[in-house]
Design a protein around this ligand. Structure first.
Ligand code: TYD
Length: 197
């Protein structure tokens, strides 16, 4: 049996992460590999709480961090580690690098966040960071950054993007530009994984 392989896909909103994650899973299934495709926040109780908080008034950054960590602990224990041990390919749409970026953008220390996560969460074999200019990303999600609330969002995403890009020197990281068509981006991603898995 081939050993499991662990791929995380990250990026700010509007980079097409979810579509590309699905396409990558299909690519490996077509090659006959067993793939577990999952996402964070999960649909578990802690993940649901943080997802809902976006609509009901936000939690403090510290509370948010605790929920994301609890959600991830459960995810690692119940799905990620057992799947890797069983030799499957695990592909995640967001992982702890999103906590570094988003909770980091809210003022927490990304380095501390990383340390805390890596004390229980396995480091992926490959981290694909889908990258795009924030203004283009906002246009794609239909928000142009020209009213107060959206200004804040723009600022926030700029900080998130910077934190994601600060990981670019790590040996397991590939930055994937997401300009061009969906097929262009899928091609770049397939190039990045070819020969690795
Ligand atoms: P997202 O994947 O965009 O979900 P949806 O498709 O439902 O919009 O994730 C929801 C939000 O959660 C996104 O804005 C990023 C944020 N997030 C964090 O702030 N910290 C984290 O650790 C994770 C995993 C996500």
């Amino acid at each position: 049996m081939k050993p499991g392989f662990f791929i995380a896909i990250e990026g700010i909103d509007g980079t097409g992460k979810s579509t590309q994650t699905r396409r990558l899973a299909e690519h490996f299934r077509n090659l006959g590999r067993e793939v577990i495709l999952s996402r964070e926040p999960t649909d578990g109780p802690f993940g649901k709480t943080v997802r809902d908080s976006a609509g009901t008034g936000r939690l403090s950054s510290e509370e948010e961090l605790e929920y994301f960590i609890k959600d991830r602990e459960q995810h690692v224990r119940e799905l990620i580690s057992p799947s890797l041990e069983a030799g499957k390919i695990v592909i995640l749409d967001r992982y702890y690098f999103s906590t570094m970026a988003y909770q980091g953008a809210r003022g927490l220390d990304p380095v501390e966040i990383r340390k805390r996560n890596e004390s229980f969460a396995p480091v992926p074999d490959l981290l694909l960071i889908l990258d795009l200019e924030v203004d283009v990303a906002l246009e794609r999600i239909g928000k142009r950054g020209d009213i107060a609330n959206e200004f804040e969002k723009r600022d926030n995403l700029m900080r998130c993007r910077e934190i994601f890009l600060s990981l670019s020197d790590e040996p397991f990281v590939r930055i994937i530009p997401t300009d061009g068509t969906v097929d262009d981006v899928s091609g770049r991603i397939r190039d990045a994984v070819s020969g690795l898995v």
